[in-house]
Write a protein that binds this ligand. Sequence first.
Ligand SMILES: [Zn+2]
Length: 328
Amino acid sequence: MPSCRRPLATFLTALGLAFASVAATAPLTAHAAAPLQKSQVPGYYRLNVGEIEVTALFDGVIQLDTKLLKHASEADIQKLLARMFVRGPKVQTAVNAYLVNSGGKLVLIDTGAAKLFGPSLGHILANLKAAGHQPEQIDAVLLTHLHGDHTNGLLLPDGKPAFPNAEVWAAQADADYWLSAEVTAKAPDAAKPFFRMAQAAVAPYQQAGKFKTFSAAQDILPGIRSLPTVGHTPGHTAYDIQSGGERLIVWGDLVHNASVQFAKPSVSIEFDVNQQQAIATRKAFFAQVAKDKTLVAGMHLAFPGIGHLRAEGKGYTWVPLEFAPLGE
Ligand SMILES: [Zn+2]
């Protein structure tokens, strides 16, 4: 062992001397040469799936309390957070959307929360424009489900449609639940605002005859197929994008807390309308995409939220995609 220590000590001494010599010859100046920018870079990331161009768009972040997680002890949750260098109970959680340019159609999967969940969200339109597109160019919006952090971005602050030329698609089962006056009336008071948000978000599109629904797995647009993944909501849907032998599944809200739910897929969240169904769906989906090595994207995974799952023990490890040039 002593033979190992000597080189390290020598190295540290050399490093110390190097620092000392820099300090002696180049004193730190109080003024930076360039001003601080004080704002984040635009939130978009692009990749190709065969012939299809997909652009992840960042809406912002929300702080989700770990108290919302179900079916795990507080101690287990804290252990899993600490393992990922995350401190609870409020956990930074991204909100993402995905733009898909396929077969001559420009399609947006989910629209973010707009400003109804606070100022830390509502950046989809700005990031869409930064990515080189205009909202008028969107031909279709595909909703994974009708929760406000996915639908509120359908409207501008003045209540007009943010995507005036788009058809809006959602699962019939989600429309039957969130848009129903009867279900809304029976919902607990605390849940009623979520119903009203969904109803307000789709209203102008319904009035224009542009709100469409589907009832099962089906091809919605060229290269994009709906995959029922119910539980989080009655019609929760993933979208399967395939082209030229390549594939990306945008899975919506199968995960809300990456530190906890990849390691323990049996942990659900308060917002899951059917807890047991949401858990069963997540477990089955995780097993399938890990086995098939399918690239997946999630609305609440750290931006851009695209990567693979690796099975590990009783749980999974998230392997994010590396930033890469496009088509090289
Ligand atoms: Zn969500």
